[in-house]
Design a protein around this ligand. Structure first.
Ligand SMILES: Cc1cc2nc3c(=O)[nH]c(=O)nc-3n(C[C@H](O)[C@H](O)[C@H](O)COP(=O)(O)OP(=O)(O)OC[C@H]3O[C@@H](n4cnc5c(N)ncnc54)[C@H](O)[C@@H]3O)c2cc1C
Length: 247
């Protein structure tokens, strides 16, 4: 077996526009290795003059899908790597990656207890891998997702989430829109706070495992909120994607 952290050359199998700012890249991996939901890959770009840029991207796909992975990348204005992936990368291109990486922010369906997933923006990506893994193995583990985006059009995987929720197998999804909600919206329309977390997490009880992922400030405030509503620190896992709290 190849060492986990060896770089390999993936090829771009397909590209899907998820939202105006997010695209999913399906990468074929010559040395595919089963990952755990929540792990990520590193992507490395090398310019003709040898300059390199490297960033981490969570795996969006479930571990049960062999030979390939999905990475969903949000385009950051002036972002070196995300802009390249959005504007330059096309189907058939080759790209250097290594992974799967990470052992802390992971969930496996055989772990006991309900799960609370809290996402801000592209922070949905590793949580979607968990949701897809749960569905792929037919788990009935109670799972609640609280997903914060600026506007409804920024919601990634919306149709798939609707479909999974309609299976009524214990997955519940709540949205909050921080800048613009749809007309007539009666759900949450503010940043995630302790009251909202209490309402969403409440039915799962004190034993829930929580996974929070998104912009740094959002992750920190959601973790504080969960402590306030009574979750123990040891039950809360966090993944910070970036420096801003602009969600
Ligand atoms: C473990 C891990 C997993 C990640 N998974 C994903 C993922 O699944 N999808 C995804 O889209 N991103 C993910 N990220 C973020 C990603 O690694 C990059 O930071 C992001 O794509 C920006 O890189 P860039 O080269 O485009 O921008 P840069 O050239 O690094 O930055 C350009 C400007 O944008 C700011 N910036 C950098 N990152 C962010 C950010 N995340 N949000 C807002 N502003 C930012 C910088 O401060 C700078 O001002 C993950 C990060 C980590 C650590």
């Amino acid at each position: 077996m190849k060492p986990i952290l060896e770089w390999q050359i993936a090829s771009v199998k397909s590209i899907r526009q998820e939202t105006p700012r997010a695209k999913t890249f399906t990468l074929l991996l010559p040395n595919w290795m089963r990952h755990k939901a929540g792990q990520h890959y590193d992507v490395r770009l090398t310019a003709p003059d040898g300059y390199q840029a490297q960033r981490s991207y969570s795996i969006a796909s479930e571990p049960e899908r062999g030979g390939e992975i999905d990475l969903t990348v949000e385009r950051i204005e002036d972002g070196e790597v995300s802009s390249y992936m959005h504007e330059v990368l096309i189907v058939g291109d080759l790209i250097e990656v290594r992974g799967p990486i990470g052992g802390y922010f992971v969930w496996e369906a055989n772990m006991a207890g309900p799960i609370l997933l809290v996402a801000g923006g592209s922070g949905i990506v590793p949580l979607m891998a968990m949701i897809r893994h749960r569905a792929a193995v037919g788990s009935k583990t109670p799972a609640r997702l609280l997903y914060s985006t600026r506007t409804p059009e920024d919601v990634i995987y919306y149709d798939e989430l609707i479909g999974l929720q309609s299976a009524q197998d214990g997955l519940e999804v709540a949205y909050t829109f921080t800048r613009q909600a749809p007309p007539g919206w009666t759900g949450y329309a503010r940043r995630i706070d302790a009251e909202m977390l209490g309402e969403v997490a409440g039915p799962l009880g004190d034993e829930a495992r929580a996974y929070i992922c998104g912009p740094t400030l959002m992750v920190e405030s959601a973790a504080d909120g969960l402590l306030q509503v009574g979750l123990a620190a040891g039950q809360i896992r966090t993944e910070r994607f970036g420096p801003t709290g602009g969600n």
